[in-house]
Design a protein around this ligand. Sequence first.
Ligand code: C5P
Ligand code: MG
Length: 194
Amino acid sequence: MAAGALPPGQARPGRAIQSRIVEKYGYTHLSAGDLLRDERKRPGSQYGELIENYIKEGEIVPVEITISLLKRAMDQTMAANSQKNKFLIDGFPRNEDNLQGWNKTMDGKADVSFVLFFDCDNEICIGRCLERGKSSGRSDDNRESLEKRIHTYLQSTRPIIDLYERMGKVRKVDASKSVDEVFEKVVQIFDKEG
Ligand code: C5P
Ligand code: MG
């Protein structure tokens, strides 16, 4: 959900943690943001401009678009290899609309084992993303978009985390630590229940 802090000069831990989970536990990593960015740049996409506007404004794209991309990626993965039915779904659900879309589309098709909550101070997240922005080419790695993203997070995403918390589904990790320290905590969680 959120990125975290590293000493200056180090990369954000997000990607490193995701690929380590994939490697160690055999999950397929699907990032809602990546899927949306791919769709945005697909020639002929009817949603390209809409997606770009939402991303720049730090707002959450209507779930019909996001869930169809996610579902297709999941279906394709399992069609290629029926054993591959464990997914690390990253950056989703981000708001009530996302959650409703998930429940509607995935009811009886997928179990949510738990929600990994990478908790991190907002300023640290902004600092990491600004650092990433030096090379990412992302249109939302700038202070203005990042502040809008934090606003969306506090207003729309936090309540979803709280809801999963009440269902006993949230596993919280302090993401302000180093990649190794964050992964160590993640391993404890996955070893127990992943
Ligand atoms: O997670 P990531 O940083 O890749 O998300 C970038 C942007 O993609 C979000 O700020 C939002 O505009 C969009 N997004 C979305 N719905 C999601 C995930 C991402 O609209 N579930
Ligand atoms: Mg992401």
